[in-house]
Design a binder for this molecule. Structure first.
Ligand SMILES: Cc1cc2nc3c(=O)[nH]c(=O)nc-3n(C[C@H](O)[C@H](O)[C@H](O)COP(=O)(O)O)c2cc1C
Length: 195
């Protein structure tokens, strides 16, 4: 039986980050749903602020190529994104912009995005649950990069109180939404693997 490989990426580096916590829970649910899960930190892919002159002068940074190859090695990706000023973090947007520029020999553009399926989530300290961040991320991935993003998305408001001692979501509806997103991601990653 085929085991889909899913990459989990939190869009925050902050110590005690709610989105790192949500990413860890998503990774646990994905493993329970039968996926082989890799969870990374963008800390390990340090990239300068995107500047086309840097590319012209020195080519693409190794970290951009490595992150793109990490995406390529998985059929599905789960991204948890904080909400900054009604959008995604600069960390996440910058990483996506860099990866979007990596095009290896013979590949079509945006290969890291078009060839796999994405799920998104967000956790915020306030009551909005990162809805605007997820709308922005959906736009970036779908319209900007040609990715398939599943409709199920999990937005966790008041994240400070949202997780119990075992790091599960206290709210049953939210927990069920995460499970539904995970289930759909794994199903479509399976389909992608056969495409
Ligand atoms: C620059 C900045 C802008 C922010 N803008 C928003 C916002 O527009 N909406 C919101 O709900 N929270 C906003 N926040 C609060 C973050 O959602 C909150 O700090 C969250 O915990 C960050 O995610 P993390 O815990 O994963 O690091 C902002 C925080 C920062 C630092």
């Amino acid at each position: 039986m085929f085991t889909p490989k899913i990459l989990v990426i939190p869009g925050s580096l902050r110590t005690g980050s709610h989105n790192v916590r949500l990413a860890a829970l998503a990774a646990k649910e994905l493993a329970l749903a039968g996926a082989e899960v890799t969870r990374i930190s963008l800390q390990d892919y340090a990239l300068p602020l995107f500047d086309a002159d840097l590319v012209a002068a020195a080519g693409l940074p190794a970290a951009a190529v490595q992150l793109k190859q990490m995406l390529m090695a998985h059929q599905g990706v789960f991204i948890t994104s904080p909400e900054y000023s009604a959008s995604v973090t600069p960390l996440l947007k910058n990483a996506i912009d860099w990866v979007s520029r990596v095009r290896e020999r013979g590949e079509p553009g945006y290969a890291a995005f078009k060839g796999r399926v994405f799920a998104i989530g967000s956790a915020t300290a306030g009551g909005g649950g990162g809805l605007r961040s997820m709308m922005a991320l959906r736009q970036i991935l779908e319209l900007g990069c040609g990715a398939l993003v599943i409709p199920e998305q999990v937005g966790v408001p008041r994240a400070e109180q949202a997780f119990d001692d075992l790091d599960n979501l206290r709210d049953e509806t939210l927990a069920a939404t995460l499970k539904a997103a995970v289930q759909r991601l794994v199903e479509l990653a399976n389909v992608m693997s056969r495409a």
